[in-house]
Design a binder for this molecule. Structure first.
Ligand code: ADP
Ligand code: UDP
Length: 237
């Protein structure tokens, strides 16, 4: 599959057209950012680690009946995906309190959330991805009522699969962010699932094994991503 013109260069990935309008190439770069792009660094191996990690997760989710954009790995740092019309919202599920929930509500980090908390954020760096609700999404036309219900159901279905997968690897899936898009009228999971977009803690020590290592300057960021992958059975090339 030919990688043609650059369609979009995001903060961590670049998106290329292919000879087939229905397919895109996602190139996972080493660029790493946090705080709406204000903290930036290139971390060696990150692109290839996240691409292969994401491929493994997308295949697990597809096996569990979740529709995903993932088609196949093209190289250690590139994947072929379905060309989705992305919905401009981020879906976050939280099993434990952390990050912006702790800052917003003043609850203790690590507090177990039962049932898990679902939140929508608007994908807009200039506005620092503000939290939004169903009414905003409908009023501003960011998604339909049916797509909202679909995103909630699929994001929670992903939680069942991944909570178990990480638990088997002696980790707690604290929270994560998903993005969805539409192709031929069907809602499909897009973007990526990697330690860049979730929080994972070691079950016993509560050591952070995700992007918080970068946000909080804890060091050994990619080593931690690789450790997470190793524990769940990802093979890195
Ligand atoms: P950001 O846009 O937040 O800087 P990235 O660097 O990860 O994020 O860029 C990847 C971009 O590609 C994102 O905007 C994401 O919504 C988009 N994207 C992910 N998967 C698909 C897909 N299957 N079809 C079209 N766009 C996609
Ligand atoms: N997240 C993400 N991209 C974003 C915002 C959040 O991947 O633009 C992920 C983040 O890594 C965490 C979860 O979504 O796993 C919840 O993030 P939170 O709202 O706590 O924001 P943060 O404090 O991480 O900015």
């Amino acid at each position: 599959m030919n990688k043609n013109t650059l369609l979009y260069a995001g903060k961590a990935k670049s998106v290329y057209t292919t000879d087939d309008d229905a397919l895109l190439v996602l190139e996972f770069r080493d660029d790493t950012s946090a705080f709406d792009g204000k903290k930036k660094e290139a971390l060696a191996r990150k692109g290839r680690v996240n691409n292969q990690f994401n491929a493994f997760i997308m295949e697990k989710l597809a096996d569990a009946g979740i529709p995903t954009h993932f088609v196949k790995l093209l190289s250690p740092h590139e994947a072929l995906v379905k060309n989705l019309k992305m919905l401009p919202v981020e879906c976050v599920v939280r099993n434990r309190a952390a990050g912006s929930l702790v800052r917003r509500l003043g609850v203790e980090e690590g507090l177990a959330l039962n049932p898990p908390v679902f939140e929508f954020f608007l994908k807009n760096d200039a506005l620092s991805d503000p939290m939004i609700n169903d009414a905003h999404i409908i009023s501003f036309g960011w998604a339909t009522e049916e797509q909202i219900a679909g995103m909630k159901a699929l994001t929670l279905a992903v939680n069942d699969v991944l909570t178990k997968l990480f638990d088997d690897g002696e980790m707690i899936l604290v929270d994560y962010k998903l993005e969805f898009g539409v192709i031929d009228g069907q809602l499909v999971l897009g973007d990526e699932f990697s330690p860049d977009g979730c929080r994972l803690w070691d079950k016993k020590t509560l050591e952070k094994l995700d992007k918080d290592r970068f946000r909080q300057d804890l060091g050994n960021v990619i080593e931690a991503y690789e450790e997470v992958g190793r524990r769940i059975g990802v093979t890195f090339n």
